[in-house]
Design a protein around this ligand. Sequence first.
Ligand code: HEC
Length: 157
Amino acid sequence: MKRALKVLKWAALVVVVVLVGLQFVRPARTNPAVDQSQTIHARQQVNPQVAAILDRSCQDCHSNTTRWPWYSNVAPVSWFVIDHVNHARSHMNLSEWGSLDNRKASKKLEEICEEVQDGEMPLESYTYIHWSAKLSLDDVKTLCEWTTAERARIASR
Ligand code: HEC
């Protein structure tokens, strides 16, 4: 019994030392400067309803205005969070929408509707913690009607 306790104590110590050690590996959390003339809000017609959904459910990953949660400071969780954001931005960045030509913007809009209709976005690991980011069926409908309208507008340019 005494021996088991001793082993347990050592094991706990090792876990603590490893967790502390992990904290020294700190990938950068960035929020690059936003040029307001390049955002999706400047480039597409975003009504307040759609803006609210994008803000609530997408912008933490798909923009340069991420609200970094406290646990994004704590390894190893921070590694996953930072990696998700970097990955998400590289696929679609609402703060840098202006870098897309008409064809690409139209394609991204189409993908937005597809991703939310399939329930792929926002990521489940995110809505698990951010309940309010979950999309209702109405939200999905609002987004898809908007992307359809915006794609038509792009096509008529
Ligand atoms: C927790 C972070 C996170 C949130 C929140 C999030 N996404 Fe994503 N999104 C990602 C990641 C990461 C990818 C990269 C592809 C992958 O790993 O699945 C991605 C990919 C995408 C893509 C594919 C782009 C491409 O070029 O293939 C679209 C479209 C998209 N997301 C739309 C949205 C929309 C719309 C919302 C809000 C309703 C949203 N996402 C919320 C993390 C997120």
